[in-house]
Write a new protein. Structure first.
Length: 85
């Protein structure tokens, strides 16, 4: 498959699989505070395209940016890094 440009990849946890071919993924980042330089956590939720419905809640997944697939889906599943025990 041909690679076009650089796309953002992120690592996150699946928090919902109730939709068909779509999963909800929570991505957490640790950022330093601009003034106090202490680290704090920031999280964001993304809707991700999962065409085979292969994810389960609690899985650690890698997602990649892509063209808009629906009104809110702008990411697709790249790989499942670890399965939920």
């Amino acid at each position: 498959m041909e690679q076009r440009g650089n796309h953002k990849t992120m690592l996150g946890t699946v928090i919902s699989t109730k939709m068909d071919k779509t999963v909800s993924v929570k991505v957490e980042r640790r950022l330093p505070h601009p003034r106090f330089m202490k680290y704090y956590s920031q999280s964001k939720k993304f809707l991700v395209h999962d065409p085979e419905n292969s994810c389960q809640e609690g899985d650690l997944v890698r997602i990649v940016e892509c063209r808009p697939l629906s009104r809110l889906k702008r990411f697709r599943l790249l790989e499942i890094v670890t399965r939920k025990p």
